[in-house]
Structure formats: C-alpha cells, structure tokens
Ligand binder design. Structure first.
Ligand code: ADP
Length: 426
C-alpha cells in the first residue's frame, strides 16, 4: 500500500507537530529529516510521510528547490495528496517563502487551486475574516510583530499571501465553512471559475477544521499549519486508533539530555533533581577551557546507567546563560554546548541507551545528526505536541527518542516520558 498523504514541512518541530496530529487522527506516520536519499520501501506501512525541511527562513528560491525535491520523492512514494505545512503564525517575509513555495508546488502538481490556513484553534490560532489571531490578539499585535527573522506586521492573510504570489488570492469566510463541506466545495468552484488560485480559509474551531478537511478530499495540494491535518485522515476512511501510535517495544537503558534553557525545561530539570535521580551538569566554561567534558559525563553515566536513568544537562537559569554568553559569545556558547551534548548522546547510545529524552529544539537537531538518525516513526504523545518516536540507528537497532522543544511539557515531563515507555519494554 502506498502513502496517502505526503507532507512537506518548512521546519523540524513544525513537522513533528503535524505528524503528531496525523497520528492522533489515526494515520501511521513516518517523519524524515530532509528528503530521503533512498526509495520509499522501508516506509511501506505508513499512511503519511512528513518530510522535515529547514526552508522557513532560507531565500525563497532555495525553499522552492528544497520543496520540489521533497515533492518528487513523495510522488514517487505514491502520495495521493500533498500537504505543505508552515507555521501557525504564518512566519514568512515579504519575499516569501509561503507564496513562492505554494505556487511552485501548484505548478509541479499541475493544479490551478489550493487553500491556505494556519488555523489551529487548540493552540490558540484562529482565522476570522482572513485575519489571523494568536490567542486573543491579532497577529500584528502579537510578539510576532518583533520576530527577528520573520516579523509579521499585517494580520490580513489575504494581503500577506497576495504580496508573495503572482496568482489571485481570495477568502473563504467562516459562514461558508460553518455551512459545511458542500458549501466550501461550491465556493471553491466559484472562486476557481473567477481565476482565483489560492483561498485563505477561516477556521475558529475544530469543527471548522473537520468540515474543511472533508471539503478538501481529492484536492491535489493543501497548504496549512498543522490544524487542518485533523480533518484529512477521515477522507481515506481512517479513524483515530491506538494502533496508529504503536511503536516497537522499547529496549535498553534510559537517559535524558537537556540543552534547552527555556523556562519550562528549567522547571523539568528542577523536578527531576528533586527526585534525587542521578544527574550530571555540563558547564560551558569547562568545555571552552578545553576540558574533556564528554569523557567526564560518560564516566558518570558508566557509574550510574546500570541502576536507572541518567540526566545530562546544561540547562541553566537566564542569568547564568547570559553570563556565559557574555564571556563566550551567544552563538559560540550555543554551538559548543550543542556539540558536546550531541557527543554525549552518541556515547550514551554506545553504552546501550535505547530510550532517550532530548530537550531543546537546536539541541535535538544536533543530537539527531550525531546519532545518524534520518527518520522517525511517530508514536503516542507524552504531552501536547511531543510524541515518543522510534528511530532506526545506522546499525539497524531501534532507538526510542522524544525531541521536546523548549517550552513544551509539564514539570514532571522527564520521568513521565520514561515511565510511559516502561510498559512497552521488551
Ligand atoms: P529551546 O528549545 O529551549 O530553545 P534549544 O536547544 O533550541 O532549546 O536552544 C538552547 C540553546 O542554548 C542551544 O544552542 C544550547 O546549546 C544553548 N545552551 C544550553 N545550555 C547553555 C548554557 N548553560 N549556557 C549558554 N548556552 C546554553
């Protein structure tokens, strides 16, 4: 059986967010890190493949090229519908990349129409009369106004998209969506007949997303945040099931590697330490001084891994992080810590760790790369937006890994995540 839904995500955590929604809606999902080199043979039982790109903030021409390469692979894998996933705050610059990538995908798919909606009401993202709200405020009044790479100063997505596109952009408003899938389909046909290429769609509730999902059956291309994904699996007769989230049994030892310095992760480290469990602190200044921090952390792990999980963390309060950044430079400190934690993660896996919690978006990227992981089978969620995953290691064994970006998860996330796997340990 071939892939039903082929997804192209413009960043890594966004890809996981989408994959997580699809699994919860009943699809078996594989997320790949970049477009795979090889064939689709080893994802044969996946209903959806999500290709995670790093194309959100690269120049538009590069984003287009990366997305078309992903599209080619997904079509070869047999994908029946393509889903271009971007951020729920529609992160883009005046030059793109959402518009140019959308139009390039439309051209390659030889389709003259698609929709666009970043709505995800469960995460406080709603679109009303074409305007995107972040929680209770308009996008242009939210923190996104001052985003360093993609400042969003206009909440009207029809305007934002029209400025990035050569085709005509229009709106399918909430009254049409409220009237149901037939009304949406009729409106699509009407817009199409008048030469509209892309319709921004209002959605203020999950019910809107479900109605919209049904209306989009058979459309070659959908562009959206992760919200629209909840309404698509039903178009293939797929319903939520535990089976979709089933991973192979977990084996081996357990560890946590935390390089996130966010408020939530600081709380999670404090919670973990409060339980008196073994933990090793990575000090950036010792790395910068040339000490063998990787070796020292792994010696510590050798002494403790046999009796239970070990936490290795560089997580610190903002004041301490600023002080380190002042001495080493922010980018240099970040890179040093990421590479050290990635080296430690590799050493932990060499020592038999097969259940690994990683905290921090950038940290996760460095760890996954160091481990040679290029794809993840997505399992059940531990906390909203954070699933356990199973990844094939280069040697053929399976690593269970969860990649938690900064502010996700409850304070007991680390112990909760590890306990969730215990039931499945073989
Ligand atoms: P988050 O998802 O919380 O933003 P990231 O891993 O994406 O976490 O980013 C945290 C950044 O901070 C990384 O580059 C990491 O290497 C760096 N870092 C981690 N610990 C420290 C520390 N103690 N001092 C300075 N920088 C740190």
């Amino acid at each position: 059986m071939s892939v039903r839904l082929g997804c192209i995500a413009d960043d890594f955590t966004g890809a996981t967010d989408l994959a997580n929604n699809l699994v919860r809606a009943g699809m078996r999902v594989v997320q790949t890190i970049g477009t795979p080199d090889g064939s689709a043979a080893d994802i044969a039982d996946a209903d959806a493949v999500v290709i995670a790109l790093k194309s959100r903030t690269v120049p538009a021409a590069e984003a287009v090229a990366l997305s078309l390469e992903a599209l080619d692979w997904l079509r070869t894998a047999g994908a029946e519908q393509i889903y271009f996933k971007y951020c729920s705050t529609f992160d883009s610059t005046a030059a793109g990349n959402i518009g140019p990538v959308t139009e390039a995908l439309m051209a390659a798919l030889e389709t003259d129409f698609t929709v666009a909606t970043p709505a995800f009401p469960d995460n406080g993202r709603t679109v009303f009369k074409g305007h995107l709200f972040v929680g209770d405020v308009l996008l242009e009044r939210s923190g996104m106004r001052h985003h360093p790479l993609t400042p969003m100063t206009d909440s009207n997505l029809v305007n934002v998209l029209a400025a990035q596109c050569s085709c005509q952009v229009a709106l399918i408003d909430h009254r049409v969506v409220a009237d149901g899938p037939e009304a949406v389909r009729a409106r699509i046909e009407q817009l199409r007949a008048t030469g509209v290429g892309i319709a921004v769609v209002d959605a203020v509730s999950n019910d809107d997303l479900l109605r919209l999902g049904e209306a989009l059956a058979g459309l070659p291309l959908v562009t959206a945040g992760s919200g629209v994904a909840i309404g698509l699996p039903a178009n293939w007769g797929i319903a939520p099931s535990e089976e979709a989230a089933t991973l192979p049994p977990a084996t081996g030892r357990q560890a946590v590697v935390s390089g996130s310095v966010s408020v939530a992760t600081n709380g999670q480290v404090v919670d973990y330490l409060g339980r008196g469990l073994p933990a090793y602190t990575v000090d950036p200044l010792r790395i910068a001084a040339g000490e063998d921090v990787i070796g020292a952390a792994l010696d510590y792990a050798d002494a403790h891994l046999g009796s239970g999980p070990v936490l290795v963390y560089s997580t610190e309060q903002p004041d301490a992080v600023r002080s380190v950044q002042g001495r080493l430079g922010a980018a240099e400190a970040g890179e040093l810590v990421e590479q050290t934690l990635a080296g430690i993660a590799r050493g932990l896996v060499e020592r038999g760790v097969r259940q690994l919690v990683v905290a921090g978006g950038e940290t996760s990227g460095a760890v996954v790369q160091a481990l040679g992981v290029d794809r993840l089978r997505i399992g059940g969620q531990i906390d909203p937006g954070v699933p356990w995953c199973a990844a094939p290691l280069p040697g053929g064994e399976t690593l269970h890994v969860t990649l938690k970006s900064g502010n996700f998860g409850t304070p007991d996330f680390f112990t909760k995540a590890l306990a969730a796997l215990e039931g499945s340990t073989s």
